[in-house]
Ligand binder design. Structure first.
Ligand SMILES: [Zn+2]
Length: 612
């Protein structure tokens, strides 16, 4: 009896709750292990402090892999099943975990939340259909109605509940709901309007500040500016400080005012900047605390900065290897954003999904199912052939890998319209073939272009069927005049200069000249993510001169490649196979504009300007 009583008291502590009820990779989610104190402190702050009536919103600026999504899932379990909410005349906790897109929300439920619920501590004496005991979290689910447990909603006993939702373009999906707490995940990809609309759902909240509820914002920073950056600027900006074993002083491991390499000298050894004492990093981490850079009383948000330097299993060498000059794949931006958790503006050539949403998404316009021939529209399709199907992704196998995508594009005066876009569910040749056939049937196709890289046989077949209405494309490092087409080659292939054309299409996006159908936002949000997933990698040529080139960012970019192929199809058409050089002879307005504005809008990548 006493044991049970003690447990119910301790269960109020989120860190105790996680260690005793939840498992991750079949080990208890134990944050009291050496080195985890920075993380445990944040769990406790959100679990205990953020729900008080004088609380402020919390903003977490973080690198990747620091476990923030796991933290959100664990806290959702804590709030809904620790026994503190919805009991003893306390109101239940109604939470919403929000992502920028519905597909991210669905992937979270499958990969994280359902897993942590299913793998929480088994409860002896209970049994599921498969004969195994129920997990602790499963016993807390409200099973009175099957609709209480689905991809976007989990209802627990005593009225506690979690929605897993998308803020989408404008937060419209959330309108009219009433919640107590909102966890904004991947906040760097959300817009102000979407966040503002969503926060209205908190006005009647029973926890957190009156009218504002519990708000937790977390993400991996991209560029400066935008709502995430502003939140961080207006926050207390807590940085974690280690405590010296010898002199007892606190010192930061990572802070805007220091070089972390001077503190973390090798392996798992840090050196106190005050007395020079060398000591175990994880023990110093365990002795440490969060110290704000800004005055918390005058800050609008409680801010925490956490990056990969605090991951207990990482050594100094792990971080060193991730530096762009040491890593084959990491760009400067990726290192700054994902390893150090810093906002970074070093590259003008790429675009963020927030920028695309602001400049390129057309409200209300929906994707078209058909384009009728009598409209007389010239229609272009672009295909990118990858090895994976979207079904695999839906089955929760991560965001990486290359997909097969199709984009339908039309031009309208000065602008391009994305009329339709899709990811193929399966990567097999039959699905690819039938997708092309369907696009030709539905869209009164002028010209389609598909990459030939992984699709030699398919391209052969398609060109036999459609002749010069289906052309292959292949990227090359350098092409005289940036593009070439020769029709003696078989299959007939457009060879384009990769960096030049990527720069051109990103320039069009930056100028808001490619429009996405915002009325079908949930079906094209993936394409926006793909368009934002480009990075710039600086390498050195033989003489040591820096060379900048575009590389794939942290997510998939096949949709951008399909869009690029559609754009190349358009360009091929208006220049009659790249034979018209004089813009005055061009058939369509936009072609003239592009030619004449090239210098102004900066389609020429920095690569070609030489130097730094
Ligand atoms: Zn010291």
């Amino acid at each position: 009896m006493f044991g049970q009583f003690r447990d119910s008291i301790l269960r109020v502590d989120p860190v105790y709750f996680c260690a005793n009820y939840l498992t991750i990779d079949s080990k208890p989610l134990n944050l009291e292990g050496t080195g985890y104190k920075p993380f445990a402190d944040i769990y406790r702050y959100i679990g205990l402090k953020a729900i008080e009536h004088d609380a402020k919103p919390v903003v977490l600026v973080k690198g990747r892999q620091v476990g923030a999504t796991t933290m959100a899932a664990a806290l959702e379990c804590y709030f809904t099943a620790c026994g503190l909410f919805g009991t003893h005349e306390r109101a239940p906790m109604r939470l919403m975990h929000l992502f920028p897109t519905l597909s991210l929300a669905a992937a979270y439920t499958k990969d994280k939340l359902d897993v942590i619920i299913g793998q929480s501590k088994p409860v002896p004496g209970t049994m599921k259909g498969n004969g195994l005991p129920k997990s602790y979290m499963e016993t807390k689910l409200d099973s009175s109605n099957p609709s209480n447990n689905n991809m976007h909603f989990k209802k627990f006993m005593f009225g506690n509940q979690v929605w897993i939702e998308s803020t989408g373009l404008d937060g419209n999906r959330i309108r009219g709901r009433s919640i107590d707490g909102a966890f904004y995940d991947e906040i760097q990809d959300m817009g102000d309007i979407a966040i503002g609309t969503t926060n209205k759902a908190l006005t009647q909240s029973n926890y957190g500040a009156k009218g504002d509820g519990v708000q937790v914002y977390f993400g991996t920073p991209k560029t400066r500016g935008g709502s995430y950056w502003n939140m961080w600027q207006n926050s207390s900006q807590n940085y974690y400080h280690l405590r010296c074993e010898k002199c007892g002083k606190y010192f930061p491991l990572y802070h805007p005012s220091i070089r972390w390499e001077d503190v973390w000298i090798y392996g798992l050894t840090v050196k106190c900047p005050d007395c020079g004492h060398e000591q175990d990093k994880l023990e110093a981490q365990e002795r440490g605390k969060w110290i704000p850079l800004n005055n918390p009383d005058t800050s609008d948000y409680v801010g925490y900065h956490i990056n990969q330097l605090y991951i207990p299993s990482f050594t100094r060498e792990t971080i060193e290897k991730a530096k762009p000059e040491r890593s084959a794949i990491n760009t400067e931006r990726l290192y700054m954003n994902e390893v150090l958790g810093e906002f970074y503006d070093g590259e003008g050539g790429t675009i963020t999904s927030a920028e695309i949403r602001d400049k390129c998404v057309e409200k209300g316009r929906k994707m078209l199912k058909f384009i009728h021939p009598e409209l007389g529209k010239r229609t272009y399709a672009g295909f990118d052939w990858g090895q994976r199907g979207a079904l695999e992704q839906m089955a929760g196998r991560g965001r990486k890998g290359s997909y097969s995508c199709a984009v339908i594009l039309t031009s309208d005066g000065n602008l391009f319209n994305v009329e339709f876009a899709t990811r193929l569910l399966r990567p097999d040749p039959e699905t690819k073939m039938s997708t092309v056939e369907e696009m030709f049937r539905r869209y009164n196709m002028t010209l389609a272009v598909g990459d030939i890289g992984d699709a030699y046989d398919l391209t052969h077949k398609l060109q036999r069927i459609y002749d010069e209405r289906f052309l292959a494309s292949r990227s090359s490092h350098k092409v005289n005049g940036h593009v070439k087409y020769s029709n003696d080659e078989w299959p007939k292939t457009i060879v384009f200069e990769k960096d030049y054309y990527i720069s051109e299409i990103l320039g069009l996006l930056k100028d808001g000249r490619i429009k996405f159908p915002g009325g079908s936002y949930d079906r094209i949000d993936w394409l926006i993510e793909h368009c934002a997933s480009m990075d710039i990698k600086v390498t050195r040529d033989k003489s040591g001169e820096p060379l900048k080139k575009f590389v794939k960012g942290s997510g998939a970019n096949d949709g951008l490649m399909a869009l690029l192929n559609a754009y190349i199809a358009w360009k091929f058409d208006v220049t009659q196979g790249f034979t018209i050089a004089n813009p005055l002879h061009m058939k369509y307005d936009i072609a003239k504009n592009i030619r004449s504005e090239q210098a102004v809008v900066g389609y020429v990548p920095q690569l070609f300007r030489g130097g730094k």
